[in-house]
Write a protein that binds this ligand. Structure first.
Ligand SMILES: CC(C)(COP(=O)(O)OP(=O)(O)OC[C@H]1O[C@@H](n2cnc3c(N)ncnc32)[C@H](O)[C@@H]1OP(=O)(O)O)[C@@H](O)C(=O)NCCC(=O)NCCS
Length: 190
């Protein structure tokens, strides 16, 4: 059973079969998928929902389906995941929302709750949570900055699964427990 988390404006909850059509439509939008190699087909999107459920079942954390509390609409995902390609265990915070819900601060709001869940409830392999995106995905980098992560250029990398992709260059951001704790105390993360 996926734990539910409520923020001021959002419900982070487990995936339902009924989320699949809206999730497929978000993944089929070229603008949402601008910094990915291609939009996803319905089959690929549905498989991703099944994989996200599987991640929750095997790790006890994962990517939540995100719902707006005011309208009850499903708007995308935010949460934690362990990237399968990394040769060292990493816990990543990530986000993907449908376009009509951008620019309202929903990704940072859900991401802060994800960091809290990670630092409070997950046995992290290293005492840090990381995030990465292509060097060109400035919106996503802005979310990382807004939630108090810092860029670590020494860990920037070319994505190993996408050696020929024009956006293979990725920036690497990190927040460790001490940075997160200081933010809680200062109120910056609220
Ligand atoms: C990335 C994403 C989740 C952001 O979600 P969101 O809820 O709209 O985030 P915010 O409301 O905080 O807005 C994004 C921030 O980026 C800023 N931004 C937007 N375009 C920008 C640009 N070209 N350069 C720099 N900053 C930019 C916005 O001004 C805003 O920051 P501000 O509040 O300081 O003004 C959303 O755009 C998305 O789903 N994108 C597609 C999927 C994706 O790329 N996911 C990440 C993969 S790693």
């Amino acid at each position: 059973m996926t734990p539910e988390v409520r923020t001021e404006r959002l419900l982070l909850r487990g995936w339902q079969e009924t989320d699949k059509p809206a999730y497929a439509s978000l993944n089929g939008d070229p603008e949402v998928m601008r910094h990915f190699p291609t939009p996803l087909t319905v089959e690929q999107s549905d498989e991703m929902v099944d994989r996200m459920r599987g991640h929750w079942a095997s790790h006890g954390f994962g990517l939540w389906a995100v719902e707006r509390l005011d309208t009850g609409q499903f708007i995308g995902f935010t949460g934690l995941a362990m990237p399968g390609w990394s040769n060292v265990p990493l816990v990543e915070v990530g986000w993907r929302l449908s376009r009509e819900h951008w620019g309202l601060g929903f990704a940072p709001e859900a991401a802060r709750a994800s960091l809290a869940f990670g630092f409070e409830h997950v046995a992290l392999p290293a005492d840090e949570i990381v995030s990465f995106t292509t060097t060109k995905n400035f919106k996503s980098q802005r979310v990382m900055q807004k939630i108090g992560m810092r860029h670590d250029p020494t860990r920037d990398f070319d994505h190993p699964l996408l050696p020929h992709w024009h956006e293979k260059a990725h920036v690497f951001y990190v927040i460790d427990r001490e940075m997160w704790r200081v933010q809680q105390g200062s109120g910056v993360a609220r």
